[in-house]
Design a protein around this ligand. Structure first.
Ligand SMILES: [Zn+2]
Length: 249
């Protein structure tokens, strides 16, 4: 991937179509070497950190969305289908925002914005020139530079197969009854668990599917908060607690 980033920036959950746009944007000779991404995907915990700092008017904290807000069109549960900030992982598993920073001379922020727009990446927050998104609510922004440049975009939306998803989750829950998730495991279900912990405000970092010491400590933290045996093993009890309706106390 040829997207320049500031150290520590995570792009792993950006929608693939967004990644393609960013790659084309950063390949533009007017942009190359002058701009980089300073903030990408954020976990719930990170967004909460930014939001709390902003609310407390701490120095160095910018406007940040409440990670618990719901917005956009309403889903089946009557809540908005989007959550928190566009920097956060959404229900479809993807993030839809990046912040840009200048890292070279010879370009103005408004020029960056105009060039980005031609790649379908728009500044959407009036007070923050750096914040950019490829879409808002249901619609993706047009990307004339990609069309004219002959780069074919995959325009199909990822379709969520809720039935398959429910079945997968059911199978996973059954499997965990007899085969708990333990440290050292590397698997898709570890990734599911890491994402879930992140959504509950316990930040395991980028979900990588590796149950290492960091994840183990987070599992124990979750068990402590919920008064479960602190063995760092995710068996039936811990798993059920992770997916129950009870909020963290
Ligand atoms: Zn932003």
């Amino acid at each position: 991937m040829s997207i320049p980033v500031k150290k520590g920036v995570d792009l792993s959950l950006l929608h693939p179509r967004f990644v393609k746009r960013l790659e084309a944007f950063f390949n533009d000779p007017r942009i190359k070497g002058r701009v980089r991404v300073t903030s990408g995907c954020r976990t719930y915990a990170k967004q909460k950190y930014y939001y709390d700092g902003y609310k407390a008017r701490k120095a160095g904290f910018n406007l940040a969305a409440n990670p618990d807000r719901r917005f956009g069109p309403k889903g089946l549960n009557g809540q908005g289908i989007w959550r928190g900030a566009w920097h956060m992982e959404q229900e479809d598993g993807y993030c839809y925002a990046v912040d840009f920073g200048l890292c070279g001379s010879g370009i103005k922020t408004w020029e960056v914005q105009n060039i980005a727009k031609s790649y379908g990446i728009h500044p959407t927050v009036a007070s923050e020139w750096w914040h950019h998104q490829p879409r808002q609510s249901a619609d993706w922004f047009d990307a004339p530079a990609l069309v004219n440049g002959g780069i074919k975009e995959e325009t199909k939306e990822p379709v969520m197969d809720w039935v398959a998803l429910a079945k997968y989750f059911e199978e996973l829950t059954a499997e965990i009854q007899t085969n708990p998730i333990r440290r050292k495991e590397r698997s898709e279900r570890v990734k599911v668990m890491q994402r879930r912990l992140g959504a509950l405000g316990i930040d395991c970092g980028t979900p990588d599917g590796i149950f290492g010491w960091k994840t183990w400590r987070k599992v124990r933290q979750f068990q402590r908060i919920n008064r479960l045996p602190r063995d760092g093993v995710v068996g039936a009890g811990t798993w059920a607690e992770m997916w129950g309706d009870e909020p963290l106390s």
